[in-house]
Design a protein around this ligand. Sequence first.
Ligand SMILES: Cc1cc2nc3c(=O)[nH]c(=O)nc-3n(C[C@H](O)[C@H](O)[C@H](O)COP(=O)(O)O)c2cc1C
Length: 377
Amino acid sequence: MTTPAAPSLFDTLALNGVPLRNRLAVAPMTRISATAAGVPTEAMTRYYAGFARGGFGLIVTEGIYTDRAYTQGYAGQPGLTDAQQVAAWRQVVAAVHQQGGRIVAQLMHAGALSQANRFRDHTVGPSAVQPKGLQMTVYAGKGPYRMPRAMEEADILQAIEGFAQAARLARDAGFDGVEIHGANGYLLDQFLTSYTNQRQDAWGGSIAQRMRLPLETVRAVRVAVGAGFPVGVRISQGKVNDFVHKWPEGAEGAAAVFSALAASSVDYLHVTEHEAWQPAFADDGATLVQLARRAAPGLTIMANGSLHEPSRAASLLDDGATLVALGRGALANPDWPVLVREGQPVRPFDAAVLAPLGNIKDAEQALREARATVTPG
Ligand SMILES: Cc1cc2nc3c(=O)[nH]c(=O)nc-3n(C[C@H](O)[C@H](O)[C@H](O)COP(=O)(O)O)c2cc1C
């Protein structure tokens, strides 16, 4: 028998009562492969089951839109808003469970970054601020983002209710938990970010006030699903349209964000950075995971960001992370846990898999199925 390259990654764990066979998660990745009606497809079922077959303990789904108003971001994005979508997600969940994996649904409101939404012809955000950058071409976007309409109080309450209702539907579909997408520049992060949130009311202002929407969302989701269902939240500094953004409040701001979440009812915090082992701020040598661990000593923390080398992944556990999530590393190696456990090298990520569009490709599926054939215990 070979010695595992990074044994601690293979320790078991319980997430609010849900047993995980190891500390290895698949990071959420949008693959625009649902039907035009937002219904998950057979290709998605095979895709997600492949990661479970390859040994990942937990899968976080792609960002799922949560209501039939302003939440959808992309054509081909799946939703959790109706019975047909729930029925199709049930197939995905069952296929993952059959391979010994667990799966949580990432709940996402695209806000001002919405590129396509079949329910509305305009976007909303905290304030009427044009998003930086250009729409993502891998998700069929073109040109600048639209100027959003500043949300009214009623829009904000509707957004919160959408998260809560989608969480209920996720539970009905058999998911093992939900992850609230509070990162990467989407709606909740637009509220957290000072330059996109210029509100003068109780939803804007200091970093504590800008955290109000993420915290109210956590509260509503918890009420919707009850105490015994895992709820996580994802947080980042960088954004899909502003990769290098740093919280202007620095390490103190990070402490405010993470201690507020630690005091909320979340079961886990998902922290993502481009390179998770790098210092979070120039003036402080700590990684964002270390800052999160200081502010939230008892919380389960999932670390993400260029951690596909096993030694890097293990080093984040030393920083205080409880689990490690792999994005591109999992696309290149749906069987990463099997390979690493056996001491085999991991394959480099080839961006061609996401070209010209980010949808799941037949050739990708065939390769995955040929590779990921063993389920570790
Ligand atoms: C194709 C693709 C789609 C992504 N979609 C999402 C998403 O839906 N939700 C999300 O929170 N992050 C999304 N991300 C970001 C990843 O979860 C992850 O943070 C990023 O890839 C960095 O991790 P890595 O270095 O392990 O790839 C996506 C990344 C990729 C490559």
